[in-house]
Design a binder for this molecule. Structure first.
Ligand SMILES: NC(=O)c1ccc[n+]([C@@H]2O[C@H](COP(=O)([O-])OP(=O)(O)OC[C@H]3O[C@@H](n4cnc5c(N)ncnc54)[C@H](OP(=O)(O)O)[C@@H]3O)[C@@H](O)[C@H]2O)c1
Length: 350
C-alpha cells in the first residue's frame, strides 16, 4: 500500500533567517515532511549562520520597497519574523528598536495581508513584561507601557507585540513567542562575556547573594516552539492565534551558577569561595559610574542593566505554551551551556 505524503506547506519567509535563531528555525523546518520553500531576508548578503536549501535575499524590514519586492516574489503563506538589531552592547541607537520592531513590523504586516499570508509568528523577548523581577510571570502580566523610560529594546518590543496581536484575525493569524536568553551552540552574548571575565582573571568575585533565578531556552527548543506554533495555527478554530506565549527552558539557574558552569567547562577550577560584593554596594558603583561616564559616551563596566540580570529573578510560567502549543522543553540547561562553551572555543580558535 502506498503511503501518501502530507500536503506541502506554502512558502515560508523568515525575516532574520541568517541569524542564530533563524538558523535553528530553518534547520528544523527543513526536517518537517510538509516543508517546501524557505526564503530568508536580512540586511546584508553576509550570512552569519547559513543553512543549506534556504534561499537568502537582501532587504531591510524598514524599507517598504525592497521588502515588498521580496514579499511579492515569494508570496509567503507563513512569515516568521525573528529580526532584531544587535542589543547586547550599547551601539544600536534607541530609535532603531522602534524602527525595526514597530515600524518594520507594521510594513511587514501590511505587505503580508496584501499577498494573502495566512500565518505570522513573531519572536520576541520575555522582557516585554513590565518590571525588573519576573517570578514565574504568566502572559496576563502587563507589558511595559509606551511611555516607559526602561530599556528601549524592551519597551518597543512590548509595543510591537500589542500591535501584532491586535491585527490578528481568522484569515491573518498572528502569534508572539516570548523567549528568555537563548543558550547553546552559536550563542554570541552571555557565554563569550563570561569567558572574557575568566580571561581577565575575575572569577574570584561574585556580585550579590546569587538568590535570583534566570530562565533560558536552547536554540533548538526555541526553534521547535516556532514549528509547534505554526502547526497550531494551521488547525481550524485553534486557540493559539492572537496570543502570546512564554517559551522557556527546563530549569532556571542562578546567574553565578551559570557563570561557574561556563568557566568550569573552559578549564577553571574553583579553589576558594568567591569574594562577595553586596548588591547595594554594586548598585552604588553602577549608578555612580553611569552618572559620571555616560555623559562622555563611555559605557561603564558595571551597569544597572547588568546588575538586574545578575541579582534579580527572571522566570516565566510556560503552562500556556504547553497546553495550547504542546511545547515542552527538551534540552538540559547545563548541557547547553557546556555545549555553547565548546562551540565558542572551537570557533574562536578557527
Ligand atoms: N539572543 C537572545 O538571547 C534572545 C533572547 C530573547 C529573544 N531574542 C530574539 O530572538 C530573535 C533572534 O535573535 P538572534 O539571537 O538569532 O539574533 P541574531 O543572530 O542577531 O539575528 C538577527 C537577525 O535579524 C537580521 N536583521 C537585523 N536587523 C534587520 C533589519 N532591519 N531588516 C532585516 N533583517 C534584520 C540580522 O541580519 P542582518 O544584520 O544581516 O540584517 C539577523 O539575521 C530576535 O528577535 C531577538 O530579539 C533573542
Amino acid at each position: 500500500m502506498e503511503i501518501e505524503s502530507p500536503a506541502k506547506w506554502g512558502p515560508i519567509l523568515i525575516i532574520g533567517g541568517s541569524g542564530r535563531l533563524g538558523y535553528f528555525i530553518a534547520h528544523q523546518l527543513l526536517q518537517q515532511p510538509e516543508c517546501g520553500r524557505i526564503v530568508s531576508v536580512s540586511r546584508s548578503n553576509k550570512i552569519a549562520h547559513p543553512c543549506a536549501s534556504v534561499e537568502y535575499r537582501v532587504a531591510d524590514i524598514r524599507e517598504r520597497n525592497s521588502l515588498g519586492n521580496v514579499v511579492r516574489e515569494v508570496m509567503p503563506e507563513t512569515i516568521i519574523n525573528s529580526a532584531a538589531p544587535p542589543h547586547v552592547d550599547n551601539l544600536t541607537p534607541s530609535f532603531e528598536f522602534e524602527q525595526v520592531f514597530v515600524k518594520g513590523q507594521d510594513i511587514l504586516m501590511a505587505l503580508a495581508q496584501q499577498v494573502g499570508t495566512k500565518y505570522m509568528i513573531c519572536t520576541t523577548s520575555s522582557s516585554v513584561i513590565e518590571g525588573y523581577n519576573h517570578i514565574e510571570a504568566d502572559e496576563t502580566v502587563p507589558l511595559w507601557p509606551e511611555s516607559s523610560s526602561a530599556f528601549p529594546y524592551w519597551v518597543q518590543r512590548a509595543r510591537a507585540e500589542k500591535r501584532l496581536l491586535a491585527v490578528d484575525s481568522t484569515t491573518f493569524q498572528t502569534v508572539s513567542l516570548r523567549l528568555p536568553l537563548i543558550i547553546g551552540e552559536r550563542e554570541y552574548a552571555f557565554v563569550p562575556a563570561m569567558l572574557k571575565t575568566m580571561k581577565e582573571g575575575n572569577t574570584g568575585l561574585q556580585i550579590g547573594s546569587d538568590q535570583g533565578l534566570l530562565a533560558t531556552v536552547s536554540g533548538n527548543d526555541a526553534a521547535r516552539a516556532h514549528i509547534l506554533a505554526l502547526r497550531a495555527l494551521m488547525k481550524p478554530r485553534n486557540d493559539a492565534h492572537g496570543e502570546a506565549f512564554n517559551i522557556t527552558g527546563k530549569t532556571a539557574l542562578s546567574f553565578w551558577t551559570m557563570a561557574r558552569i561556563i568557566w568550569n567547562e573552559a578549564g577553571w577550577q574553583q579553589e576558594k569561595a568567591p569574594s562577595i560584593i553586596p548588591e547595594w554596594a554594586a548598585k552604588v558603583i553602577a549608578v555612580g559610574s553611569e552618572t559620571i561616564m555616560r555623559p562622555f559616551g563611555i559605557e561603564p563596566q558595571l551597569t544597572m542593566h547588568m546588575l538586574r540580570f545578575m541579582c534579580n529573578t527572571w522566570t516565566y510560567d510556560g503552562s500556556k505554551a504547553r497546553d495550547r502549543l504542546g511545547y515542552i522543553p527538551e534540552d538540559d540547561v547545563e548541557d547547553q551551556l557546556r555545549k555553547s562553551v565548546r562551540w565558542h572555543l572551537k570557533h574562536e580558535a578557527a
